[in-house]
Design a binder for this molecule. Structure first.
Ligand SMILES: [Zn+2]
Length: 126
């Protein structure tokens, strides 16, 4: 599994992404910002390929929004080392190979699986 800590590496991965492909499996996930995975979606169609988690950043709750976005914004930067990217794994659709970031938000009694397409244009390069 890929362990990605460098935005350039993530960018390389994002550029191998078929951002515009039509895919019956995962088009439902193609919202630019974070969304909860729809209950009807079959998570086994996503394959784990890598992670952005690092031990030093697991307790970081700071978010990165230099341009006034917020965590749900469609154009919020994808910032390695900041919340929630420090808890994300990288998945790819087994049919079209499109890549997604995903993490579990722990609520009271269940885990809300949140997903966002890996869009190279939004990766924050320090
Ligand atoms: Zn797909």
């Amino acid at each position: 599994m890929l362990k990605i800590t460098d935005p350039q590496e993530l960018l390389k991965l994002a550029l191998s992404n078929h951002q515009d492909s039509e895919c019956a499996t995962c088009n439902i996930l193609m919202h630019p910002g974070w969304e909860s995975v729809p209950g009807s979606f079959d998570l086994t169609t996503l394959k784990l390929i890598g992670t952005l988690k690092t031990e030093d950043h697991s307790e970081v709750w700071d978010e990165y929004h230099p341009n006034g976005t917020h965590s749900w914004s469609a154009d919020a930067p994808i910032a390695i080392g900041f919340h929630p990217y420090n808890r994300c794994d990288i998945y790819q659709c087994i049919h079209c190979a499109r890549k997604y970031l995903r993490y579990g938000e722990y609520g009271g009694y269940y885990v809300d699986e949140r997903i966002r397409p890996l869009n190279g244009k939004l990766i924050a390069i320090p």
